[in-house]
Design a protein around this ligand. Structure first.
Ligand code: CA
Length: 230
């Protein structure tokens, strides 16, 4: 029904990258990779990932700096850090910088799978960020009850608009392409047109923005897609 969970794997060791890509793929994940910190951060910023697996020792930008930068951009995607044996400091610093879990190399892939599944479950059972109620401007979103109010009045979102808004909130600050939105909010089965995204974004703006023609919350990133900055 829903699309395969998307994993971004940021790892410079080609062998490990290949092994993990194969294994994750066979477990039903959709994997994209980056082999240095800067490329990894750029991919993370493009958004739409369900999980990020991030090595600490990376060329160009180390994993700790990548983790900090990802969180500073408001991206809440769970991060699993890979640390070398004995790098206790990295574990502590990594968790402080916003990583959700860590695994010490070398590890068994079955252990990695278990950690990733746990992170996915946690994310699904508690929508990010801020638990069940999310606020921006005059808007209050009750995620569990699927209710949205604006200045205390019901905003009357359709089910699809709500799903789209929820996805925006979960990826606050990330630039989301129309294709990414289609695959995550609509699913591949429905085969919608990319224009469908624009129509629903316009609907959300009409209901949530004080000036839908000059949106403050759901902004257009020209040539790329949309970004939620509420
Ligand atoms: Ca490394």
């Amino acid at each position: 029904m829903s699309a395969a969970p998307r994993v971004l794997l940021i790892e410079d060791e080609a062998g490990l990258r290949l092994t993990l890509t194969d294994r994750l793929g066979s477990e039903g994940y959709s994997v994209e990779t980056a082999s240095d910190g800067e490329a990894g951060l750029a991919r993370a910023e493009s958004g739409g990932y369900d999980l990020i697996v991030l090595d600490v020792m990376l060329p160009r930008m180390n994993g700790l700096d990548v983790c900090r930068a990802v969180r500073q951009r408001g991206i809440t995607t769970p991060i699993l850090m890979l640390t070398a044996r004995g790098q206790v400091v990295d574990k502590v610093v990594g968790l402080k910088l916003g990583a959700d879990d860590y695994l010490t190399k070398p590890f068994e892939t079955i252990e990695l799978m278990a950690r990733l599944e746990a992170l996915l479950r946690r994310r699904r059972s508690s929508p990010q960020p801020g638990g069940d109620v999310y606020r921006f401007g005059e808007i209050v979103v009750d995620v569990r009850r699927a209710e949205v109010t604006r200045a205390g009045e019901p905003a009357d979102l359709s089910a699809r608009e709500f799903k789209l808004l929820r996805y925006f909130i979960e990826h606050r600050g990330a630039t989301l392409s129309r294709d990414a939105l289609l695959s995550h909010v609509w699913g591949y089965d429905d085969m919608p047109l990319t224009r469908t995204v624009d129509v629903h974004v316009a609907g959300l703006r009409q209901k949530l923005e004080s000036n839908p023609k000059a949106p403050e919350y759901i902004v257009t990133v020209h040539g790329l897609g949309y970004k939620f900055i509420g």
